[in-house]
Ligand binder design. Structure first.
Ligand code: ADP
Length: 652
């Protein structure tokens, strides 16, 4: 059913109103009628209400059809408007139609009005739909424009010849477009700019345009452009070409984001990184120099102390020398820990792990600390199970256990220290564990995490009760983790502590590398007796070191000593040596250069050269061996280890 037609009728004659209504009823038109007979009522009704149709008499005492038509045109131009009049005047009819009336009905022919109303209604409906669609379009265009206008990235549209067609406020801000009295923004005001002028570099512009023409778009291209004040700014642009159906380029849409701040931060970061790297290089250099400078004098201190201890009979003097030795060793341990930490932190530590039996390593640590524990009257025990094969690096595990045992002894005044090793099954497979337990001062539970941090100790500050660097456990933990193991602590204040290291066990015990660890064990006495028929060349420019090493060599075999690489070469040209001990940091030509020259002398290719050096930083060993030396021992060294090494080459 069609809805009721709401009609506004301007008519002063009640009979004419009745005539119309009669006609409507006859034609079964469903309608609502409102009648007015003057301009102000007409204006009020049309302004306040919604009508589907306006009918007006042409001439009334207080009003007329042409005025009504004007008002309709002004307020609601879409509503169909009919003049209904008694006068037949063609000119008037034409005038009314020209002025916008939809029909001109003469009362005499009132019978045709209903069909005319119906067709006018159809037209009106169509017009209304059109207008609604148009309004919706305008509304969505407005929404879209709002969205674009509120974006914080610049949006632009340019023609194929570079004319700037449209931009949003963010774009205007980005390029420094200032609106003032003389220059208001409108798409017209942009016509004076060419997009091509923004590019400082034509080749970049060509590159971008080519990419757009070829691929139809570019994405996140970071370039520098000029703003309107000719300042260079960094932007990231993404553009897309728009074509018509025939493939002709219509325009280019794009977004432009200001990335100057980010670029500045990046540049600052790069500079900061370079500075940090330079500082790190300086630190590494400093550490290398410090290491060298501290180790060199310790060769003499520790070496002579060891030698004197073996020779001195007087107990009091023996004790004094032992104190020198202990102090020196403590200094060396601290230095080793600092170097270990710097090696770990620089990431330069190569962890070479393989399946090995951990028992010989435990025994070696036990042997080393047995005498120290005994001196403190501590009961020191070791208990190991069988099949203790784990994926480990022997040197690292030795340091780990040495640190734990050293702490256990240091922090225990009476009672016992025990090393216990065994295997344990876990979700991750078989584990080998090594426990170091003591009956010492214990550690507060709140401190468990802290003690594994570098430089942290339970008692800190000048009133520290126990000495130490606070580095041992952090290095220990890092070594354990490098071997893919874990470390745990359990402790009770005043009762003692237990540190447990878990290492990945090796499922196939038969794979275990035959540990040559026992071979490194130090012989019971320092010297085995003098080798005859062999001669060593010692190249050492530090006088006290040369004297100390000579004192050792004297007990091993015949030797010559020189203090420069040049003299070493001369000696080798005229003598045959079984072994050359070469300091690396020599004045004049370096030990490495001297070693290379010696190896190239006739008959000297196979003479073993052992680098004897205080260069003990990360990578030094590998570098020196790669440069042509056959072996390496870092200064200061244990005399027993040194002698073992010499004997290895003399007897091979
Ligand atoms: P250092 O022993 O050189 O101070 P560590 O890193 O080896 O440094 O140890 C950190 C701290 O942990 C020590 O200062 C000590 O307070 C505590 N600690 C370590 N081992 C034990 C232990 N066995 N008994 C009691 N306290 C310990």
């Amino acid at each position: 059913m069609n809805p009721k037609i709401k009609i506004l009728l301007a008519e002063d004659n009640i009979n004419d109103v009745k005539l119309l209504e009669k006609e409507f009823r006859k034609e079964k038109l469903d309608y609502d009628l409102l009648v007015v007979d003057n301009e102000s009522d007409f204006r009020e009704k049309i302004g306040n209400d919604k009508f589907d149709l306006i009918l007006s008499d042409y001439s009334m005492p207080d009003f007329d059809g042409m005025t009504a038509l004007r008002i309709r045109n002004e307020i609601s131009p879409l509503i169909p408007f009919f003049i209904v009049t008694g006068s037949i005047n063609e000119d008037t009819a034409v005038k009314c139609i020209k002025a916008g009336a939809d029909d001109y009905v003469i009362k005499e022919h009132i019978g045709r009005i209903t069909s005319s109303i119906k067709s006018a209604m159809e037209k009106y409906k169509l017009n209304l739909e059109k207008e609604n669609a148009l309004n919706a379009l305008v509304e969505s265009e407005k929404k879209y424009r709002n969205l674009v206008d509120n974006l914080s990235v610049g949006v632009y549209q340019i023609s194929p010849d570079g004319a700037v067609l449209q931009v949003n406020p963010a774009f205007r801000k980005l390029i420094g477009f200032v609106e003032d009295e003389n220059c208001k923004y409108s798409p017209e005001s942009l016509k004076m700019f060419s997009a091509w002028d923004f590019y400082p570099d034509n080749s970049v512009r060509e590159e971008i345009l080519n990419a757009i023409y070829e691929k139809g778009e570019i994405n996140n291209k970071e370039i520098q452009v000029y703003d309107l004040n000719k300042n260079l700014i960094w932007v990231s642009i993404s553009s897309k070409a728009r074509y018509d159906e025939k493939g002709n380029l219509l325009w280019i849409d794009g977004i432009m984001e200001d990335i100057s701040q980010r670029k500045m931060s990046e540049a600052e970061l790069i500079e900061a990184k370079e500075q940090a790297e330079a500082a790190n290089r300086l630190k590494s250099n400093f550490l290398a120099n410090m290491s060298h400078e501290l180790r060199t004098p310790m060769v003499a201190i520790l070496g002579f102390a060891d030698l004197l201890q073996a020779e001195i009979e007087n107990q009091e003097q023996k004790q004094m020398v032992e104190m020198i030795s202990r102090g020196g060793r403590r200094l060396k341990n601290t230095l080793d820990l600092i170097l270990d930490l710097s090696r770990i932190e620089s990431g330069g530590l190569i962890t070479d792990v393989s399946p090995q039996d951990v028992t010989p390593i435990i025994n070696s640590v036990y042997d080393f600390y047995r005498i120290i524990a005994e001196k403190k009257n501590l009961k020191f025990e070791v208990e190991t199970g069988s099949n203790l094969v784990a994926d480990i690096n022997a040197a690292m595990l030795e340091k780990v256990l040495a640190n734990l045992v050293e702490n256990a002894i240091s922090y225990t005044k009476k009672g016992n220290v025990k090393i216990k090793a065994g295997t344990k099954k876990s979700e991750k497979g078989n584990l080998v564990f090594v426990k170091v337990a003591d009956t010492g001062i214990g550690i507060d539970e709140n401190m468990y995490d802290l003690i594994f941090e570098p430089f942290r100790q339970v008692s800190e500050g000048y009133s520290r009760e126990y000495e130490g660097t606070g580095l041992g456990l952090s290095v220990t933990k890092k070594y354990v983790e490098l071997m893919k193991g874990t470390i745990e602590v359990e402790s009770r204040l005043g009762k003692g502590s237990t540190f447990t290291v878990y290492l990945p066990g090796c499922a196939d015990v038969s794979q275990a590398k035959k540990s040559n660890y026992a071979n490194n064990q130090q012989p019971a006495g320092i010297f085995k007796g003098i080798e005859t028929g062999k001669r060593i060349l010692l190249v050492e420019d530090d006088e006290s070191n040369a004297i100390m090493i000579s004192s050792i060599l004297r007990n091993v075999c015949a030797y010559d000593a020189v203090d420069s690489g040049e003299d070493a070469i001369l000696k080798c040209e005229n003598n045959k040596y079984s072994l050359i001990l070469m300091d690396i940091g020599l004045q004049g030509i370096s030990g490495i250069e001297a070693a290379k020259k010696i190896k190239s002398l006739p008959g000297c290719k196979n003479v073993p050269i052992v680098a004897l050096t205080a260069f003990a930083m990360v990578g030094d060993r590998e570098r020196i061996l790669k440069e042509g030396c056959d072996d390496y021992i870092s200064k200061p060294f244990e005399i027993k280890r040194f002698v073992t090494l010499i004997n290895k080459y003399l007897n091979s």
